[in-house]
Design a protein around this ligand. Structure first.
Ligand code: ATP
Ligand code: MG
Length: 353
């Protein structure tokens, strides 16, 4: 059991006493992270994400609950064993936290200073890590001379110095532009594969989750409100907050706003409706259109369509005006559901007012 889940948090609560009113930053959260996973945690500012992941290496002691990492209950470890266990969990942050007065090499060597190895071995190890993150040439450079993306690479090399089994990334790409974000995510994916790393990745962008995570948990007000495989959360979000994250990252939200601003929804004809379709698989879009047209005599006029690759699956989003026998539409949707198609009305049902 412990072998399968490298991290096992049970009933974690963290309460901060901010003056008179206590803040429950984490509220009875249980979270098991499979060994070798890339596990995303998404939520808006203040949801409790950072507090929760700081519990994983006991940087933040919980008010209650148990923390098991690598089969060890961290709260029961004596100080020396706890220090060892903590080294197996590396961390990177939004603001890199590099030491300005040290060179790039010096920054990566820093966590190795407490190890019983020679200066030459330490240097060799740091250089190897710099090569791994693509910065072999920058050993003698100072952090102030680097771009944000390069700084984050140094921080990643430093986090890997003690050969961690888990890497926690707390908004590591939030200060970077989209292209640099993509490059850093690709690096994390490469490290995940080559070093057998388990990665816990905190973000407020579903785009980041979609790019590299296998599983995702959605946090709101200290609680995990939804969790699962990324592809299933993207195609079938259960909570309004999750739907909001998904529709923002797939551009569906912007499309709905644009379309409802231009198409006068209440001016649609009696035999028309504005519909949002969401589906899995490449062929689904074609089958929506042809099934509706042939069997139900309903025309589909596509206003927006987008197909994403998520966790190996093609996931599609489409907004369309349908015209025809709307009584048959509900029937058609019931049938399309078998092909992984979901539909939602963006216009009010006729005769509702
Ligand atoms: N050391 C602390 N003392 C008191 N309150 C704290 C402390 N750390 C966090 N909090 C409070 O706990 C709540 C959760 O904060 P946390 O930093 O975990 O959120 P977050 O999801 O990481 O947000 P962000 O996306 O802004 O980083 C917030 O209300 C915050 O003000
Ligand atoms: Mg945070």
């Amino acid at each position: 059991m412990t072998e399968q889940n490298i991290i096992d948090l049970k009933n974690i609560t963290v309460t901060f006493k901010n003056g008179a009113t206590p803040v429950k930053a984490v509220d009875n959260v249980s979270l098991a992270i499979p060994r070798g996973d890339i596990y995303g945690i998404i939520g808006y500012s203040g949801a409790g994400k950072s507090t929760l992941v700081r519990v994983i290496n006991l940087l933040q002691p919980p008010t209650s609950g148990t923390i098991t990492v690598n089969g060890q209950n961290l709260q029961q470890l004596p100080p020396k064993a706890l220090r060892q266990a903590r080294k197996k969990v590396g961390m990177i942050f939004q603001h890199f936290n590099l030491m300005k007065s040290r060179t790039v090499l010096g920054n990566v060597e820093y966590p190795l200073l407490s190890q019983k190895i020679t200066a030459a071995e330490r240097k060799q190890k740091a250089q190897k890590l710099l090569a791994l993150v693509g910065l072999a040439e920058y050993a003698a450079t100072y952090p102030s001379q680097l771009s944000g993306g390069q700084k984050q690479r140094v921080a990643i090399a430093r986090a890997l110095a003690n050969d961690p089994e888990v890497l926690i990334s707390d908004e590591a790409t939030s200060a970077l532009d989209p292209k640099t974000t993509k490059a850093i995510l690709e690096l994390l994916e490469k490290l995940h594969e080559t070093l057998d790393l388990t990665i816990v990745l905190i973000t407020h962008e579903m785009q980041v989750i979609k790019t590299i995570c296998h599983n995702v948990a959605v946090m709101d007000a200290g609680k995990i409100i939804e969790r699962g495989r990324v592809a299933s959360v993207f195609t079938d979000p259960q909570q309004p907050l999750t739907t909001d994250f998904v529709e923002t990252s797939t551009n569906v939200k912007a499309a709905i706003e644009r379309i409802t601003a231009t198409v006068k929804v209440d001016e649609l004809a009696a035999d028309q409706e504005l519909i949002y379709f969401n589906f899995i698989g490449n062929s689904a879009k074609q089958s929506i259109i042809s099934d509706l047209a042939q069997q139900y005599k309903i025309d589909v006029n596509i206003l927006f369509a987008n197909i994403d690759q998520i966790d190996g699956e093609n996931v599609g989003y489409m907004i369309a005006i349908i015209t025809g026998d709307l009584a048959g539409f509900d029937q058609a949707i019931t049938k399309l559901k078998d092909n992984g198609v979901k539909a939602r009305r963006l216009s009010q049902p006729k005769g509702a007012d």
